[in-house]
Design a protein around this ligand. Structure first.
Ligand code: AMP
Length: 142
């Protein structure tokens, strides 16, 4: 199973924000879109990623005043990305090693999607259920 197989099943919409927007704008977007992170784009260039964890940690450290900061102040600037041809197992490894739950997919320099840990879990579950179905059919001789 490859990244492109997951992308095919998802909405093509990419949730992004520009680095000069406020953190409260980002929090609103995360809530309204029911997502855990946004990619930060300067035009089409990927310059960071901001997740709900970044906002929670900043509130704990700085208080509610951090909501008026620019997204660029809280985002993670070194973003680990993947391409369409990578396996889901390699994405799981990236998430586990890096302790993050989102990986933007980049193709020809542009962000074309984001794989979340929820996507990975769903596809692993589908795969496992299919394996069980095939094994049961094999054992039953059908
Ligand atoms: P998450 O688990 O995705 O909510 O993110 C946890 C932390 O990792 C936050 O500080 C994010 O900004 C950061 N992060 C999320 N995704 C990535 C990524 N693909 N590359 C680097 N850092 C990331």
């Amino acid at each position: 199973m490859l990244v492109q197989d997951i992308l095919k099943t998802k909405s093509p919409e990419i949730h992004s924000i520009s680095p000069d927007k406020s953190v409260s704008d980002a929090a609103r977007q995360l809530t309204e879109c029911r997502i855990g992170s946004v990619v930060v784009l300067n035009g089409t260039a990927l310059v960071g990623i901001l997740s709900e964890r970044d906002i929670v940690r900043a509130i704990a450290r700085l208080g509610a005043a951090c909501l008026d900061e620019h997204v660029s102040a809280l985002m993670t600037k070194t973003v680990v990305t993947c391409n369409r041809d990578q396996t889901i197992s390699s994405i799981m490894e990236m998430m586990s090693n890096g302790r993050f739950r989102h990986v933007p997919v980049v193709d020809a320099g542009a962000v074309v999607g984001v794989i979340s840990i929820g996507d990975v879990v769903k596809h692993r579950l589908d795969e496992t259920q299919e394996e069980v179905r095939q094994l049961a059919a094999y054992v039953a001789g059908t």
